[in-house]
Design a protein around this ligand. Structure first.
Ligand code: ADP
Length: 191
C-alpha cells in the first residue's frame, strides 16, 4: 500500500498535484476540505457545524476530520493506497492519524511538501477565488487568517514527520508538470 500525505500552505497546489498523483499511482484522494464542502452542500449536521468555522478560515475540530477520514478509509477498503490532502493539519491530527492507521494495519509511507513563497500563495488563492467561487478564497482577511493559522498550527506537523524520517519537501514553484516530476521522483524512491 502507498499512503501519502501531500503537504503545504493554502494555495501551495496540493489539490492540483493530488489529482495527478492518484492517476499515476492508482490511489484514493481524501481531501478534508473537499469532504467538508460536500457535507455543507448536503446540509448534513457536520456541514452545519463546519460552515461558519470554514468561512472564517479557522479549523474544524480534530475529532470531526479524523472521523470523516476514518469513514472514508473504511469505504475504500480495497484501495491501493490513499493521498491525504489538507490533513493532518495539526500535530494532534497527525498523532490521531497514526493511531487510526495502526488500528487498520496501515501506515504513512511518505509526506511530500511543496514550498511556495507567501506572496505567490496569496496571488494563487485570489485567482482561484475568481474561478471557483469559494468564499474563503475571495476575502483578503480570511486568506491572511488561513496563512496565519497555517504557520501557527500546521507548520509544526513537519517536525512530527521529520522525527519519523518521513518528511521531504520540494520546490512548489514552476510548471505543474515540473512540480509533478519533483514529487514523483521522491515518491518513487519509497515505493
Ligand atoms: P486550503 O488548503 O486552500 O486552505 P482546504 O480545502 O484544504 O483549503 O480547506 C478549507 C477549510 O476547511 C480550511 O480553511 C478549514 O476551515 C477546513 N479544514 C480542511 N481540512 C481541515 C483539517 N484537517 N482540520 C481542520 N479544518 C480543516
Amino acid at each position: 500500500m502507498l499512503n501519502l500525505v501531500i503537504f503545504g500552505a493554502p494555495g501551495a497546489g496540493k489539490g492540483t498535484q493530488a489529482a495527478m498523483l492518484i492517476e499515476k499511482y492508482n490511489l484514493v484522494h481524501l481531501s478534508t476540505g473537499d469532504l467538508l464542502r460536500k457535507e455543507i452542500a448536503e446540509g448534513s449536521e457536520i456541514g452545519k457545524q463546519a460552515q461558519a468555522i470554514m468561512a472564517r478560515g479557522e479549523f474544524v475540530s480534530d475529532e470531526m476530520v479524523v472521523s470523516i477520514i476514518s469513514g472514508q478509509i473504511d469505504r475504500h477498503a480495497d484501495a491501493n493506497g490513499f493521498i491525504f490532502d489538507g490533513f493532518p493539519r495539526t500535530v494532534r491530527q497527525a498523532g490521531m492519524l497514526d493511531e487510526l492507521l495502526k488500528s487498520k494495519n496501515m501506515s504513512i509511507s511518505i509526506v511530500v511538501a511543496m514550498e511556495v513563497p507567501e506572496t505567490e500563495l496569496v496571488r494563487r488563492l485570489l485567482e482561484r477565488g475568481k474561478v471557483s467561487g469559494r468564499a474563503d478564497d475571495q476575502n483578503m482577511d480570511v486568506i491572511a487568517n488561513r496563512i496565519h493559522v497555517y504557520h501557527e498550527k500546521t507548520e509544526p506537523v513537519t517536525g512530527y514527520y521529520d522525527a519519523q524520517k518521513k518528511f521531504v519537501s520540494v520546490n512548489g514553484l514552476g510548471a505543474i508538470e515540473e512540480i509533478f516530476g519533483r514529487l514523483t521522483a521522491v515518491i518513487d524512491q519509497v515505493k
